[in-house]
Design a protein around this ligand. Structure first.
Ligand code: NAI
Length: 351
């Protein structure tokens, strides 16, 4: 029965098709309808005839979109990503089910965060262009020893923990913050849970690995930046909305922030994953960020490794198969707290 099921894939690129087609041919035979379009109210009709919609980070699953999908008899939203801040879970509750890929390669994202830190520190991204131009001077490229410096990790889930371990490997001191501390991890990795204030005050490098929620929206703003060390490096591979970009620009201008590595940007859905090289960039905030020589922006590529793509395709199709077979959905997101494994069991509260 499930073989004839049609699945509408939004915001797809050739690399998505390559990995999904390969897994589909290896034990599934769903009917994929790939669309390059992002999912938004205008593109919902493309899902007509599909029980399942497969969406990515920049698809907008607002209340309107969910209602319109429901009117087309869509039953399942299968996110092929970990973050779910783009889905109105409350609207989806009792209308359709939402699954995600909670873990595909936390290493991919953590390693990318560290790549940003290393590049910004030693300016390898700039050295690449300088030497290709026959300029072998090293002025302006001086960095610092990572050993002995302090890194602050906000969010010690799957990705944050790996980032912390890698940075410990550089002999850095690692301070971590998470509302749900894992003291066993702290003990074995030799990192220290502190409150946010202390993390801000003591860290030379701050890396964001928490989800975007009501609590974490603009967690990096004028106030938190004001508490940080002068010249602090900030790296964001979490979600763009964690940082108030205008406050970051002010802090870069004043020298408060010494460097910023951004794999995500609050208004990224307009640009990231697309080629705008022959067009005028009309986002003044993004354009300004791109002018700083101590800002390194990558366009949401933290997840983008071969291993991660394979895992994303495999878990997404497993989620879909479980749904079609009427099995429990282990990667379903709790609409109340947004966790796939609801923390209510551990903490007595969902939010
Ligand atoms: P996870 O769910 O394993 O860990 C998130 C951690 O953040 C949890 O320990 C949670 O308790 C903590 N947290 C929740 N509220 C917090 C708060 N207010 N302050 C500090 N910590 C808080 O998630 P995972 O897999 O580690 O991913 C983290 C984030 O990375 C995702 O939410 C997603 O936004 C982002 N991500 C980015 C990718 C990229 O390509 N750049 C790819 C995958 C994920």
């Amino acid at each position: 029965m499930s073989e004839s099921v049609s699945i509408a894939f939004f915001d797809t690129k050739p690399y998505d098709r390559e990995f999904f087609d390969a897994i589909n041919a290896d034990g599934y035979s769903y009917n994929f309808r790939y669309f390059e379009n992002r999912l938004k109210i205008e593109t919902v009709p493309l899902a007509d005839g599909c029980r399942i919609v497969c969406a990515f980070v920049n698809d907008r699953l607002s209340t309107d979109v969910i209602n319109k999908l429901k009117s087309l008899n869509v039953e399942l939203i299968a996110l092929r990503c970990a973050g779910y801040n783009n889905v109105d879970l409350r609207a989806a509750y009792r209308m359709m089910r939402v699954v995600r890929v909670p873990e595909y390669s936390p290493y991919a994202v953590a390693e990318h965060a560290v790549a940003l830190i290393l590049s910004l520190n030693r300016k390898t991204h700039k050295a690449y262009y300088r030497t290709r131009d026959g300029n072998f001077s090293i002025g302006g490229f001086m960095g610092f020893d990572m050993a002995g410096k302090t890194a602050g990790i906000i969010g010690t889930g799957k990705i944050g923990k790996i980032a912390a371990k890698i940075l410990r490997g550089f002999d850095m001191w690692v301070l971590v913050y998470d509302p749900y501390p894992d003291q066993e991890f702290a003990k074995t990795t030799k990192v220290e849970y502190v409150d946010l204030e202390e993390l801000y005050v003591k860290s030379d490098v701050i890396s964001l690995h928490c989800p975007l929620t009501h609590d974490t929206y603009h967690i990096i703003d004028e106030e938190s930046l004001g508490k940080m060390k002068d010249g602090v490096m900030i790296v964001n591979t979490g979600r763009g909305g964690l940082i108030n970009a205008k406050a970051l620009i002010d802090a870069l201008k004043s020298g408060k922030v010494g460097a910023a590595g951004l794999d995500v940007y609050e208004e990224e859905s307009e640009y990231f994953f697309e080629d705008f090289s022959t067009q005028v960039l009309d986002d003044d905030v993004l354009a300004r960020l791109l002018t700083f020589s101590n800002v390194l922006i990558t366009s949401h590529q933290g997840f983008f490794t071969r291993e991660a793509m394979q895992n994303i395709a495999r878990t997404t199709l497993e989620n879909i198969r479980d749904f079609l077979d009427g099995k429990p959905l282990k990667n379903e997101i709790c609409y109340r707290c947004g966790q796939d494994v609801c923390k209510k069991k551990e903490t007595g509260r969902c939010f």
